[in-house]
Design a protein around this ligand. Structure first.
Ligand code: UDP
Length: 380
């Protein structure tokens, strides 16, 4: 079977991303596996993307992430310039069998608007969409446009128009899951980690309060808005508080930080991140939002760290209560569960990740969806 896919990563960040970049990381993980399976990949991204692909299509030389802070019409302007380039490419050539689109809302709208002229397209939903129904208008005319979620829970909460065009979900993956069951057993410390953007939905304030109440050492790792290092945030002026995540950090999280039991270490990356997670007694996700995909959840499992979390969003799909983690609908119970997590077997977590969350498993599932979507014909 020969298949050429135009992978639309959007104009925001290069692939792989220079630092944080959820969607771009998913693409960077997926594409090498697809190419190993014989798929030709044309990547629509920015000029400085370094991911090995068969062809790169771009309009912007570098990532336009900064533009996302600008007014909404300017954000759309950047997205549309990128998409116009993609559309031009699709109209100019006939070797693209299918588009795999990752550009929120406007990507899907553009492909739908192409109607019968457009190639078949699969749009992956990456966010919690229940909050944004208006962003996704009607998909009438999108006979050959389908969507997939990153979890069943995300799809179940998505607007009706999207569910009507859904071909199912594909869970996220991590390269850390490859051979996870064969790596030596991690040596565990006493600490617990919350890994993720500092954000009310991720619930670091709750985690920090419970750590103080119950008495366990807690490390919060992740950026606060655009600030990756504590010293950078400390040096930022009062205007930094215009960012809602910076306000959340100062108002709700910082009062619990004592520099000993509860610490914020900023963004951790690479080996430092992996060692921090692997050495933790538990990875805590005190979620207050419906987590759509949970990359950090599958990373924790791959590194042999049980997950303790509120049972929200995709968590019950990724974590088996009592085996690879402990889940609760009562957030006040999380502190007790952290203490109990030491009883769970790290090997079970790693085996689970190696069986379910490798890039190869994800690529095979996408290939199956591509096969369904590429044969869709325009309605008469
Ligand atoms: N991450 C990281 N360092 C940090 C915090 C987060 O490398 O200090 C990574 C984390 O390992 C994961 C991603 O950022 O790969 C977050 O993805 P997730 O799906 O968990 O959350 P999102 O931020 O996309 O909602």
């Amino acid at each position: 079977m020969s298949l050429t896919v135009l992978m639309n990563a959007g104009p925001w960040l290069s692939v792989p991303p220079p630092g944080y970049g959820g969607i771009e990381n998913v693409i960077a993980t997926l594409v090498p596996e697809l190419r190993r399976l014989g798929v030709r990949v044309v990547l629509a991204s920015v000029g400085e993307s370094t991911l090995p692909v068969d062809e790169l299509v771009s309009v912007f030389p570098d990532g336009q992430f900064g533009a996302l802070q600008r007014p909404y019409n300017q954000v759309c302007g950047v997205a549309q310039a990128h998409l116009a380039r993609v559309v031009r490419e699709l109209r100019a050539r006939d070797d693209i069998d299918l588009v795999h689109d990752h550009v929120e809302a406007v990507g899907l709208a553009t492909l739908t608007a192409m109607g019968p002229d457009g190639p078949p397209a699969l749009h992956t939903l990456h966010w919690d969409l229940a909050k944004h129904p208006a962003l996704y208008g009607n998909l009438d005319g999108g006979d050959r446009v389908r969507v997939n979620g990153v979890s069943a829970s995300q799809l179940a909460r998505a607007p009706r128009a999207l569910r009507d065009h859904s071909v199912g979900h594909v869970h996220l993956s991590t390269p850390l899951a490859v051979g996870a069951e064969r790596r030596s057993r991690p040596e565990k410390g006493e600490h617990v980690v919350v890994l993720g953007r500092i954000n009310p939905g991720k619930g670091q304030d709750l985690g920090a309060r419970l750590a103080r109440q119950v008495g366990f050492p807690l490390v919060l790792a992740g950026p606060v808005g655009p600030y990756h290092r504590p010293e950078d945030l400390a040096a930022a002026g009062a205007e930094a508080r215009q960012n809602p995540d910076v306000r959340f950090f100062h108002d709700e999280v910082a009062p619990h930080l004592d520099g000993e039991l509860v610490r914020w270490v900023g963004t951790v990356a690479g080996r430092e991140r992996d060692d921090l997670l692997a050495g933790a007694r538990a990875a805590l996700f005190p979620l207050r939002w419906e987590e759509p995909g949970g990359t950090a959840v599958v990373e924790a499992l791959a590194l042999g760290t049980p997950v303790v979390a509120t049972a929200r969003g995709c968590l019950p799909e990724l974590v088996e209560h009592g085996r690879t983690g402990l889940l609760t609908t009562d957030e006040e119970e999380l502190g007790e569960l952290v203490l109990a997590a030491g009883l769970l077997d790290p090997d079970e977590c790693r085996r689970e990740a190696a069986a379910r969350f490798t890039p190869a498993v994800m690529a095979e599932r996408y290939l199956a969806l591509y096969e369904r979507v590429r044969h869709l014909t325009p309605a008469a």
